[in-house]
Design a protein around this ligand. Structure first.
Ligand code: HEM
Length: 490
């Protein structure tokens, strides 16, 4: 007789209490459960299937090596309607084919071509800063990276069309990722809620109604309205690209408009819209949250910030200017970003929904389980990182062996690893190199041990209350340039 599989142990407090604890202090609650229950534990929240967290590199290896036929990513707990034919929700061969189409516009060579523009956009924001101005760091990073996304996705840097797209994108993201939408996602179940929104959108557009952007009676109608509007702009874009036969554009929407399946059929318009919207959602809050934690660490550690700035200035002295392609290779800058993503990853875990019984480490989990590889937990293991595991010490990335893919995975891993990780790292390196070189910020978090709690924004973990900063000084664009110091000497 076969025995029914049981889930690993977990807290016995009510589902509501577990959800509250996760919502207000996810890092601490996960660590507490890890300590109490070991490397596999089960959490339960209202309206959701149980979530099994695994927290050892061996389990992470089995998790990331799960085969396509063992999982169903349509069950992902993302309550945002980007269309179910977007890479993140696809399974099996469809998923593999989709990555083949999506990855080329995001490979290193294409990104390198965009590095100058990433720098240009960052410079525009810094040049507009004045001493005394206040910013909330996640929102500032969100704004800069949204401008970069407009360029990566549509090839637009400025002008009226860029403004129209940008405004609509931001309003759609805000209407689709606010707390109410996530709450409704929990109540209905995220996949069901997503499906409801998608059907409302398809029904609307089938009637030739492409949205007017107004709020409606139902709490989700604003999101559907804005999606219809944004999708229609994208649809017209695809048609123009296809009609023009222009093959010179390298932005994502042009590349997708020209792409075909293996049999030569062009990608359907809805598919291109889905992928484009997925790129916006996939890259927006993730980058904002990662940048917010990074800034927090730099505010706490002026010694690290100085070392990072010195490295940037040295590179400028060698190159004669801020060369973004050289800057993104700087070892200490990269070590600092890695260390921030190690200690405070915005994606605390990465999920797979099992459709057959699967062995993860020494335990077998039953079909139907949602299992998460706990990046935050594995990033905090003493047996991997040493006794100083809790210390922000970028130098560890420059000494000895590098951690393996199951020890450090802020962008997930395996066949489903984040396709935007290179873009995300490149833009954050450029932004933070320029902040370090040109802007002095003060904050209630500077030089002290005061830490904010954590909150969940669009499924990402961010510092509670954001990271408020005040501009103290803005250095000129040429600071550190060889000719600038000559002029100063003269
Ligand atoms: C700091 C910023 C970012 C972080 C922390 C992040 C994190 C992640 C994580 C943890 C996953 C899940 C991987 C897995 O299941 O193993 C993921 C998937 C994904 N990300 Fe990102 N991401 C970031 C930026 C971006 C950007 C800029 C884009 C778009 C250009 C993007 C597009 C995607 C897509 C399409 C997937 C689904 C991949 C698949 O299922 O095959 N992400 N990301």
């Amino acid at each position: 007789m076969t025995q029914a599989l049981t889930l690993p142990p977990g807290p016995t407090e009510s589902r509501f209490k577990q959800a509250m604890k996760m919502g207000t202090g996810i890092y601490g609650y996960l660590s507490e459960c890890h300590q109490k229950f070991g490397d596999a534990f089960t959490l339960r929240f209202p309206g959701m299937d149980p979530l099994v967290w695994v927290a050892s590199p061996e389990m992470a290896r089995d998790f990331f090596n799960l085969k396509p036929e063992q999982i169903d990513q349509r069950q992902l707990m993302i309550p945002i309607d980007i269309g179910d034919n977007q890479t993140g929700f696809l399974n099996g061969k469809e998923h593999q084919d989709s990555r083949k189409v999506m990855i080329p516009p995001l490979v290193a060579k294409r990104l390198q071509d965009r590095a100058e523009v990433m720098h240009e956009i960052t410079t525009k924001y810094i040049n507009a800063m004045k001493p005394g101005q206040e910013y909330d760091m996640p929102r500032l990073i969100g704004d800069i990276t949204l401008d970069i996304a407009c360029f990566t996705l549509l090839g637009l840097k400025d002008g009226e069309k860029q403004q129209r797209y940008r405004d609509l994108m931001l309003r759609w993201i805000q209407a689709s990722t606010n707390d109410m939408m996530f709450l409704l996602g929990n109540v209905f179940g995220a996949p069901r809620f997503r499906g409801m929104l998608n059907r409302a959108y398809l029904k609307k557009t089938a009637k030739g109604d492409f949205g007017h952007g107004k709020k409606g009676i139902l709490p989700w109608s604003h999101s559907v309205e804005l999606k219809a509007q944004l999708a229609d702009m994208m649809r017209q874009e695809v048609r123009e690209i296809r009609a023009s036969g222009d093959t010179s554009r390298t932005d994502l929407i042009s590349t997708l408009s020209r792409s075909t399946y293996d049999d030569g059929t062009p990608l359907p318009e809805e598919r291109i819209i889905s992928e484009s919207m997925g790129m916006l959602v996939g890259g927006h809050e993730t980058s904002a949250a990662t940048g917010a934690w990074f800034m927090l660490w730099l505010l706490k550690r002026p010694d690290v910030l100085k070392k990072m700035r010195d490295e940037v200035l040295q590179c400028i002295a060698q190159e004669g200017k801020f060369d973004p392609l050289k800057i993104i290779e700087l070892p200490y800058l990269n070590a600092c970003l890695n260390e921030s993503q190690r200690l405070t990853p915005s994606a605390v875990g990465t999920m797979r929904h099992l459709i057959v019984d699967c062995k993860i480490g020494s335990i077998t989990l039953p079909a139907g389980t949602n299992v998460l590889a706990g990046a935050y937990l594995i990033h905090h293991r003493k047996d991997i990182w040493g006794d100083d595991v809790e210390e922000f010490r970028p130098e560890r990335w420059l000494e000895g062996a590098k951690p393996g893919p199951f020890e450090f995975f802020p962008f997930g891993g395996g066949r489903r690893a984040c396709i935007g990780s290179n873009q995300a790292k490149q833009q954050l390196r450029i932004i933070f190199a320029e902040f370090a070189r040109r802007v002095e910020f003060s904050s209630k978090y500077s030089n002290n041990d005061v830490w904010p709690g954590q909150r969940q924004v669009s499924g990402q973990t961010e510092p509670e209350g954001g990271v408020p900063v005040t501009v103290v000084k803005v250095h000129p664009e040429t600071v550190g340039y060889p000719q600038a110091s000559l002029a100063q000497t003269a």
